[in-house]
Design a protein around this ligand. Structure first.
Ligand SMILES: Nc1ncnc2c1ncn2[C@@H]1O[C@H](COP(=O)(O)OP(=O)(O)O)[C@@H](O)[C@H]1O
Ligand SMILES: [Mg+2]
Length: 338
């Protein structure tokens, strides 16, 4: 059984600037994205800032409404058609941990109120009522490395890393099937990043849980995930099992991500499309050709003229062995040249 299946998902935004608004210019933040997250699987969505990772996550929890495509939860729940009560229930099972814990925790609430907000929003307490819910909250705080006495404190009394632990605890309390972690370590110091990743590893081992792990750092994602989708300008450019991708990356963009992270130790430049840089960077807006062609060392005339489809890569020896042990899902890539 798959926990989440996404098929041909599309979401576009209008470019805000007045001049372009007149011509109805828009950017496809998510442009025909498909992937599946299995039970207990960790799927990584990786790419530079602005490639559409957060938009994809928000579409999954219906913070944004998709323009096209399908989202299925546990194979048979059509997420896009859920209404009111059913949508509320779904949102307890698919929890979103935000990128920035400083802004996602209400400073006026105590940690107890923050954690119990899931129960409040769902409108139902566990058996045993609010008292039982507080006990659960205390237990989950301990699980993420904080103390039950922290329930009475306010978010401002904690460090960035601790606040991220609180956000994760909030996500876990409702016993979700899927935890969406959107750049949960990006805002933290490198030393703290490791601690939070270790915490997520522990949680993964203890709970029956799938993850959508969103990151711009491909090496971190490969370390943490079972399967990786590399995203560029709203499209999946390559997808493979994490252990193979490191050795057998084919797409020039995937290779660039591996090399920039290791060489510079910091994230590649922000490529968010705005009306200002649209002309210099005129892809992702419905133009023809491969979105990556302008930056690609291998690009030729065909890459500029024609958008390559996703196709299955030729099997390597490493994959053949992996396929026997694991799920053996195909390595797919969107490129004419590899
Ligand atoms: N609410 C919004 N309104 C208009 N444009 C948006 C909105 N959210 C995202 N975008 C645009 O969609 C693209 C993808 O953004 P996002 O999903 O946040 O990327 P990522 O999370 O990978 O950094 C960017 O070009 C961004 O400017
Ligand atoms: Mg984002």
């Amino acid at each position: 059984m798959a926990i989440i299946t996404v098929r041909n998902l599309k979401k576009r935004f209008n470019l805000e600037a007045g001049f372009f608004a007149r011509f109805g210019r828009f950017v496809y933040a998510v442009n025909d994205v498909s992937f599946t997250i299995g039970k207990n699987e960790t799927y990584g969505l990786v790419g530079e800032s602005g490639c559409g990772k957060t938009t994809t996550a928000r579409l999954l929890v219906r913070m944004y409404e998709a323009d096209e495509g399908d989202i299925f939860f546990k194979d048979d729940t059509d997420v896009r058609s859920l209404r009111r009560g059913a949508l509320r229930q779904y949102r307890q099972k698919v929890k979103y941990v935000f990128q920035d814990p400083a802004r996602s925790l209400n400073p006026r609430m105590s940690i107890a109120e923050v954690l119990l907000s899931g129960y409040r929003a769902s409108g139902s307490w566990p058996r045993g009522g609010e008292k039982k819910a507080r006990e659960e909250a205390a237990a989950i705080l301990e699980e993420v490395g904080l103390a039950p006495s922290d329930l009475e404190k306010r978010p401002a009394e904690f460090s960035g890393g601790q606040r991220q632990r609180i956000s994760i605890a909030r996500g876990l309390l409702m016993r979700p099937d899927l935890l969406i972690c959107d750049e949960v370590v990006s805002a933290l110091d490198v030393s703290i990043q490791g601690q939070i990743l270790n915490l997520l590893q522990d949680i993964r081992a203890r709970h029956d849980l799938s993850f959508l792990f969103i990151a711009h750092n491909l090496k971190v994602a490969c370390y943490f995930c079972d399967r990786i989708g590399v995203m560029y300008k709203g499209k999946i450019m390559e997808e493979d099992d994490a252990i193979h991708l490191y050795k057998t990356a084919l797409h020039p963009y995937t290779r660039l991500l591996f090399s920039t992270v290791s060489a510079a130790g910091r994230e590649p430049a922000d490529r968010t499309v705005t009306a200002d840089n649209l002309e210099a960077d005129d892809t992702g807006t419905g133009g023809t050709g491969c979105a990556f062609a302008v930056r690609c060392p291998l690009a030729d005339a065909r890459c500029v003229a024609e958008d390559p489809p996703l196709r299955q890569a030729a099997q390597t020896a490493a994959q053949n062995t992996g396929g026997e042990q694991g799920g053996g899902r195909p390595h797919i890539v969107r490129c004419f040249k590899v």
